[in-house]
Design a protein around this ligand. Sequence first.
Ligand code: TYM
Length: 335
Amino acid sequence: MIDNEKVLFSGMQATGNLTLGNYLGALKNWVKLSDEYLCFYSVVDLHSITVRQDPAELRKRARALLTLYIAAGIDPFKACIYFQSHVSGHAELSWILNCFTYMGELNRMTQFKDKSAKHADNINAGLFTYPVLMAADILLYQADVVPVGVDQMQHLELTRDIAQRFNGIFGDIFTIPEAYIGKQGAKIMSLQDPSKKMSKSDENPNASIYLMDDTDTIMRKCKRAVTDSLAVVAYSDDQPGVKNLIDIYSSCTNKTPAEVEKEFEGKGYGDFKMAVGESVVSVLKPLQDRYYELSKDKAYIDKVIKENAEKADYYAQKTLRKVKKKVGFPEVPRI
Ligand code: TYM
């Protein structure tokens, strides 16, 4: 690593089908930022097992997600695209940081509350300490910046608190990370209920656009999106459905909401929804094509996986050695 090179870390879970929210809130910014930082993009499979998974399915999805990172436009031999489970440092640092995190802090995490309500039959300790593993992911690479959607902000603040606490005791070990939240698309809402976030696990298939949806499906879902009876394309909290569609359209076309309002002045929701659908297709179709092409090249993907596991491990070990020394673990004698 060049000494003053800034580091970026982010990750995604390989559970469920990725949505347009994942793309616009995170992946799109990953691509944008990947030239400016030393980047680590992890497929966070350790996080996935906080909810029961079918092993064969998890393995398949994890590989598909890694391929999708590349299909989105990230160069996997510049940025480090890898599986979290291939770097044992994540779990090791997570344990250490568990001992510097309070139960009260974890109890306040809204995602824990939501997920335990959803999976009431399996409220395991991993679900509870999940944010500590996330802190370990970020701190292990001394990340300066973490591009995420708004829903991850609380976890990021906890990460900063844990890092500051640890540094307060042991000196400047960890870089204190900053969140990077995109101007548009940081919180894409459900197309059927704009008070809820668009989510992989929504039971209503019309609520989410999935990254692998075909053109007809995308157009149909946009057409059916819930709006209102005001019949003006305005970026207003009083029109949450329309506001969400403007967010989607702005993100996909890189236009500002004000420009979008102007473009659709005097036009009906029918025209607007059609344009939203087309803008989504124009972003997702090339990504899907690249994904299908890349998936055929097993040797290439295998090489990415192997080389990057080694690269990530190299950086992870650097931090881990320092941390272990600071907390007082004996070193392996050099004999
Ligand atoms: P995950 O897998 O739920 O989501 C991946 C990324 O997508 C963003 N996102 C959204 N953005 C906008 N609108 C939406 N509707 C939407 N839904 C999801 C998320 O904010 C996230 O950036 N715990 C994390 C994964 C993780 C991680 C990390 C992230 C593990 N370790 C370290 C950053 C750094 C998660 O479950 O994201």
